[in-house]
Design a protein around this ligand. Structure first.
Ligand code: OGA
Ligand code: MN
Length: 280
């Protein structure tokens, strides 16, 4: 347990994730509490707050305390709330949105700084989400690999097949008019977190296609190694949702992967991403 002044953080694993208590998001927070939640996010990289059955208005207001909400490029938001994207898997569906290890929308020039996810409907069991600490993944690399990666740029695409497939059901139902145009982002594969100053690995199997200075074939073995390495069990934590649970992850130094083990049940989450800067 770590005590801030107003909130308490209970770590979920040795290297990432903490459940926070002592913040009631529905009723407006003091700047002190908002600051402590931000600090806990920097300390634990992903934080979870239970029992927050917020209205869409309250959810948006809380997100605005933490940053600047941004629209998701590929799908529309809720009616009246363009910044809140429903992330749904219906009873009769088998693909789950984002069901591959990834950091959010790295194919954008300015990927989000953080994402908030609020559980609205969850299966009786299953549908957990895994998170991985990309600082820890970077730190654990050999000096040879760190040297190789220094200065390399990764190209991310919105159209890698495995990730695109996980969006198919939602895009065909309600996609934005341009949701099949390829978006491409180029970012350093090792980025320095603008707030903590720590280095984090910044590439992911869902969106990264190759290093800018190498062909896909040349990049593949190195990327493949790094994808495996970065999700070693000791870099991860796992969160079990209940209705009203909220996760906030720092998208600059983590990846996540929703587990698709609940066929036959509805799972519905509401998602807000916060504006980030250019990764450096
Ligand atoms: C997302 C995502 C994970 C989940 O919304 O970006 O990857 O657990 N969702 O639904
Ligand atoms: Mn995601």
């Amino acid at each position: 347990m770590v005590n801030y002044q107003g909130i308490t953080a209970r770590p979920l694993s040795g290297l990432i994730g903490a459940e926070i208590s002592g913040a009631d998001l529905a009723n407006g927070l003091t700047q002190q509490t908002v600051g402590e939640i931000r600090q806990a996010l920097l300390d634990y990289n992903v934080v979870f707050i239970r029992d927050q059955e917020l209205t869409s208005g309250q959810f948006l207001a809380f997100a605005q305390e933490l940053g600047e909400p941004r629209e998701y490029p590929l799908l529309p938001g809720l009616p009246g709330y363009p910044m809140i994207t429903p992330v749904v898997k219906r009873k009769d569906e088998t693909m789950n949105f984002g069901g591959v290890w990834h950091s959010d929308t790295t194919y954008l020039k300015e990927p989000p700084m953080a994402t908030l996810l609020l559980a609205r409907s969850v299966p009786p069991v299953g549908g957990d989400t895994l998170f991985a600490n990309m600082y820890a993944a970077y730190d654990a690399l050999s000096s040879g690999m760190k040297n190789l990666l220094a200065g390399l740029v990764g190209i991310s695409s919105s159209q890698k097949a495995d990730a695109a497939r996980t969006r198919e059901d939602r895009v065909s139902e309600a996609g934005r008019p341009n949701s099949d145009t390829e978006l491409v982002g180029e970012h350093p594969v090792v980025r320095t977190h603008p707030e903590t100053g720590r280095k984090a690995l910044y590439l992911n199997i869902a969106h990264t296609v190759r290093f800018s200075s190498m062909t896909e074939e040349e990049s593949a073995p190195i990327l493949h190694y790094l994808y495996q390495h970065s999700v070693r069990p000791e870099f991860t934590c796992r969160f079990t949702w209940k209705v009203g649970s909220m996760a906030i992850w720092d998208n600059r130094c983590t990846m996540h992967n929703p587990v698709n083990d609940y066929h036959g049940y509805l799972r519905e989450m509401h998602r807000i991403t916060l504006r980030g800067g250019t990764p450096r």
